[in-house]
Design a protein around this ligand. Structure first.
Ligand SMILES: Cc1cc2nc3c(=O)[nH]c(=O)nc-3n(C[C@H](O)[C@H](O)[C@H](O)COP(=O)(O)OP(=O)(O)OC[C@H]3O[C@@H](n4cnc5c(N)ncnc54)[C@H](O)[C@@H]3O)c2cc1C
Length: 487
């Protein structure tokens, strides 16, 4: 009897997207029957991509992402499939909320403020962040009719239209810069403010939409509390985000799975009609032949790799910009910080950066957010760079540290020297979902005629970790589907 053919899948990129794809493929019937060989090729000398956790003096410090949103279920599903659900931790109950720099000082974001807009006008009116005129303009959202056109617009245009310029400058811009390290004038409202754009359409006003959502959440919270399955909006893992990477790697340590580090894929050849359609070669002249190729790399990397495979697709992919940022991680003695640290972090409006000569876009009090350090220590993470300030990244590590420390002295009354400091540079790591991104991605996903090519990663349908997990799942499903058709 003829032996069944083993299908070879190569996954380029060992970040969360690529590893999730490999894991999901390893759970298929084809893999269980020995009909699938999976190979993950990773450029760095460790897996995880932007996810990296270090433990220093009993402090757990993430260099990249430190949490994930739970209202998108994919990370929770992955944790369940990896048997690490019990290792998920919720954010601390105390000191929830964020601070914002206003006139050079830290003030709380108005209670009930949700990323771009207030859900409780009473507390919003008590806040000092906007002038009375600015607050009244925000409240006009209740009566301004929804925009008729359904075309995409910039996030800045959306906020200006609904809430006014002061609201954009002092509240919305810093919140968005903190998340996307992007430019509100270019970011797509349909992506960066999808929920709020939908509220404008369905409830006629964002504030009204948020009120409806608040009531629904309160009702759901009551229900969830009684079922006991609740983490709150953000969660992490007990030993940092690397827990999920380590668990994926443990699950992938089995025959028929090859995990290759220090392997920079440099060229791909496509040979349609042949049984192993792709030839993938690395900078060290090694090569892998495969039937299915998953590219779980940044858009620009994928664009470069596909130049000779599908020129049109490569051009489309190269249109997606990404921003670079630096994270300065510190451990301080608690006694060296004067501020109460009664929040999870700080966002800094661009106006304040200019007026007070500040360099940080945002600061996270990581050990206030999660139990991550002994009582007498504090983990502080300072975020710098982004699409509008990427020239900062030309500075060397010590210069970035010095700038961050100077800002922390001004903002939280830091007096001592750090017990630990480290700079992590994330170059071209945050894809920018600019106006028109959705139609560009639709083009990318619909135009490729390369059989067996599957695209994954943060530039497609969301930058958050659950989105990347979803993209890994989707790539695995698309490989499986094609395999089933080919049998
Ligand atoms: C500073 C920062 C903080 C963030 N914080 C959060 C957060 O708190 N919560 C959240 O949900 N999201 C956060 N994000 C977003 C999230 O971390 C990323 O979107 C996600 O980790 C991307 O995963 P990925 O696997 O798609 O890409 P990556 O992690 O970038 O993985 C791609 C991999 O491909 C490899 N590679 C590249 N070129 C090649 C090549 N030629 N050959 C072989 N391998 C190659 C790279 O080395 C890399 O390991 C943050 C992002 C940044 C930059």
């Amino acid at each position: 009897m003829a032996q069944a053919k083993v299908t070879r899948v190569v996954i380029v990129g060992g970040g969360i997207s690529g590893l999730t794809c490999a894991f999901k493929l390893s759970q298929t019937e084809q893999f269980a029957r020995g009909l699938l060989h999976i190979c993950v090729l990773e450029n760095r000398s460790r897996f995880g991509g932007i996810i990296e956790t270090k433990v220093v003096d009993d402090c757990i410090i993430d260099s990249g992402p430190d949490s994930f949103i739970t209202n998108k279920p994919q990370m929770l599903t992955l944790a369940r499939e990896l048997n690490i659900e019990s290792r998920i931790i919720a954010v601390n109950k105390e000191n929830r909320g964020a601070l914002i720099v206003s006139n050079g000082a830290l003030v709380p974001l108005p209670p009930g403020f949700v990323m771009l807009a207030p859900s409780k006008l009473s507390s919003f009116f008590q806040s000092s962040v906007l002038s009375l005129r600015g607050k009244l303009r925000t409240a006009l959202d209740l009566v301004i009719p929804p925009r008729k056109e359904l075309t995409d617009e910039s996030l800045a245009a959306f906020v200006r239209r609904r809430f006014g310029q002061e609201h954009l400058d002092k509240l919305a811009q810093p919140m968005v810069a903190g998340i996307y390290v992007g430019d509100a004038e270019k970011l797509s409202a349909a992506h960066a403010a999808a929920r709020f754009v939908a509220m404008e359409r369905t409830a006629g006003s964002v504030i009204k939409g948020l009120r409806v959502e608040r009531k629904e959440l309160a009702a759901r919270d009551l229900k969830d509390e009684s079922s006991g399955a609740r983490y709150g909006l953000f969660a992490s893992f007990d030993r940092g985000m690397a827990v999920v990477v380590d668990s994926l790697l443990a699950a992938l340590s089995q025959p028929n799975i090859e995990l290759c580090l220090d392997t920079t894929v440099q060229a791909i050849a496509y040979r349609p009609g042949q049984s192993e359609r792709f030839s993938v070669s690395s900078s060290s002249s090694q090569s892998w032949q495969c039937d299915h190729l998953v590219l779980a790399t940044a858009a620009k990397v994928s664009a470069g790799l596909l130049k000779d495979v599908d020129a049109n697709l490569s051009v489309q992919l190269s249109k997606i910009n990404s921003a670079s940022s630096a994270v300065c991680n510190f451990i301080f003695e608690r006694k060296d910080i004067a501020h109460r640290l009664n929040a999870f972090g700080v966002v800094v409006p661009e106006l304040e950066m200019l007026a007070h000569n500040l360099s940080v876009l945002a600061v996270s009090f990581a050990s206030v957010k999660f139990a991550r350090a002994p009582q007498d220590k504090v983990i502080v993470r300072a975020f710098m760079g982004g699409i509008k300030r990427d020239s900062l990244l030309e500075k060397d590590d010590q210069q970035l540290i010095d700038l961050a420390l100077a800002d922390l002295a001004k903002l939280i009354g830091l007096s001592g020297r750090p017990l630990y400091q480290a700079v992590h540079r994330w170059i071209d790591s945050m894809p920018q979902y600019n106006v028109g991104h959705q139609s560009l991605i639709a083009d990318i996903e619909n135009t490729s005629s390369v059989v067996g090519l599957h695209l994954g990663g943060a530039y497609l349908h969301g930058v958050g970790l659950p989105d990347c997990v979803a993209s890994g799942y989707k790539c695995a499903e698309s490989v499986s589907r094609l395999l089933a058709q080919e049998v």
